[in-house]
Design a protein around this ligand. Sequence first.
Ligand SMILES: [Zn+2]
Length: 175
Amino acid sequence: MPNSDVHQYLHYQAGKILLPVTMGVGYLLGDWYMAIWAGAGYVLHRWFDQDLDQVGITSGEAAWSKTLILAPLIGWSTLYAKLVQLLPRVFNFPKGHRSWWSHWPPVGTLIRLAFFFIPFWIVFRMFFLDSLWREFIGLYIGLQAADWVHSLADWNSNHVLIREIKKRVKLKSRR
Ligand SMILES: [Zn+2]
């Protein structure tokens, strides 16, 4: 499987095309405001990727721990990973990590985004009235684009392109 360095490299490189594309989609489906949130969704994938469905600290969580506002989210994401592990056992559906409902767009993206949106939504609603549905849809567009890149790399991790990136990432870390 591609490690987090390979995923990040792909996310960055693919973003040169997908960031403007997702913003364009956001614009066509809504307006400039939604375009901005779609772009944010793509970028935020760096810290909210599918690997959050694993118990243990992901590279995204390691980055959160350095900021005061996001550090409490680690508890929330631990709950998320535990639920992904536990629910299939209780309700008898495909097991958690890397399954279609936790790792693959469009369903996995929707579930993960909804889960991580909740704490922000609760805090926001304490002070404002907006329902945040435009922000949610915008984020969903961008996050989903980035999820496709990640999931396809997971799925075809022996592809020449992925092997090439693995080599490059290794060279970089040696330098
Ligand atoms: Zn993955």
